[in-house]
Design a protein around this ligand. Structure first.
Ligand code: 6CS
Length: 316
């Protein structure tokens, strides 16, 4: 059997490396019977097109970011909420692994549209880059912020006074270069690898949110797998958790140094203090009400998730 695994990133970037490792493990477990083919971003359309291909069963597996499924499963936009997850990547991953709100409630909603999330995992803290320094909410006043296609991400930036502009990342470098947008958010590895730092003078280490990716399978395809094969997939998903964590951790660390030491394209790197982060946190908290307003399910998901996060932080 041959399965296609689409990602939203290029070879060398976290999602593609994940898909490659996943393919290797599945190949070995199945004694060469299952060949998973990782696909780079772009060949099969935009991030949103890829979600549709997965739903239609044109591809079996996909790594999707909730920022691109927000119009399909509105409740998935919980990941747009800034300053919600713990200020620590290990704890964030712990919540993502064990959360009932996500792995049962939210997963159930995705299954209704033929998408089965098999795991939620972090690609690292997100940071801001800009043509101007971004240190206080005032700096976002009238700022054209590129976002993914999720209404709630937009709302989060409107709360700071910015003007959100949804765009595929395929168009982002040029948009930053030409000044059609002023800035964007992403994990460090992606900022460096997609060369956004070349066309942005400032980067703010804000850790305002974690970039959460989902490993997903077409639901019909998943439900029709032989028990033995489904078990192999589930085992592989478990084995991938620490591997994915390490891949992102290493890449984010290494590429921060690259950005700081790049003399050809210097970027001023500014780390927000806790006090400075607090000013943003205060404006971000009310956006949770908008999320709760999406549906009863959204309300339940966020209530449960907030409790789970609190418990995880308290116990560590
Ligand atoms: O900013 C984006 O849209 C892209 N960022 C990452 C880290 N992965 C893929 C995604 O499309």
């Amino acid at each position: 059997q041959q399965w296609d695994f689409v990602t939203e990133e290029y070879e060398g970037q976290v999602q593609y490396e994940y898909a490659q490792e996943f393919a290797d493990i599945m190949y070995e477990k199945s004694d060469g019977q299952i060949e998973v083919t990782p696909r780079e971003f772009g060949a099969l359309g935009s991030e949103v097109d890829q979600v549709e291909l997965l739903q239609q069963g044109e591809v079996e597996l996909a790594i999707t970011s909730p920022g691109f499924t927000g119009t399909t499963v509105h409740e998935g936009q919980v990941f747009a909420l800034q300053f919600l997850f713990p200020d620590d990547q290990d704890l964030t991953q712990q919540v993502l692994n064990g959360s009932e709100a996500l792995n049962d409630q939210l997963t159930g909603l995705f299954e209704e549209v033929n998408i089965t999330p098999l795991s939620y995992w972090t690609e690292g803290f997100m940071q801001w880059t800009g043509s101007e320094p971004l240190r206080t909410p005032d700096d976002f006043d009238g700022f054209q912020m590129r976002t993914q296609q999720s209404q709630l991400i937009g709302e989060s930036y409107k709360a700071y006074g910015a003007e959100p502009t949804p765009l595929s990342w395929g168009e982002l470098y040029t948009a930053l270069q030409q000044g059609t947008v002023d800035g964007q958010e992403n994990p460090i590895f992606f900022i460096e690898d997609a060369n956004f730092h070349e066309v942005q003078d400032h980067m703010t280490v804000s850790n305002h949110n974690s970039y959460v990716a989902m490993t997903t399978m077409n639901t019909e395809f998943y439900n029709n797998l032989d028990d033995e094969v489904r078990e192999m997939v589930e085992e592989t998903i478990e084995e991938m958790r620490p591997i994915a964590f390490e891949i992102q951790e290493e890449m984010n660390e290494e590429l921060l140094t690259e950005i700081k030491e790049n003399e050809e394209h210097p970027t001023e790197v500014y780390e927000l203090s806790e006090e400075e982060r607090e000013a943003f946190r205060e404006l971000a908290i009310p956006v949770r009400d908008s999320y709760r307003g999406i549906s009863e399910e959204a309300e339940q998901i966020l209530d449960t998730l907030e409790e789970e996060i609190e418990e995880t932080v308290e116990n560590n």
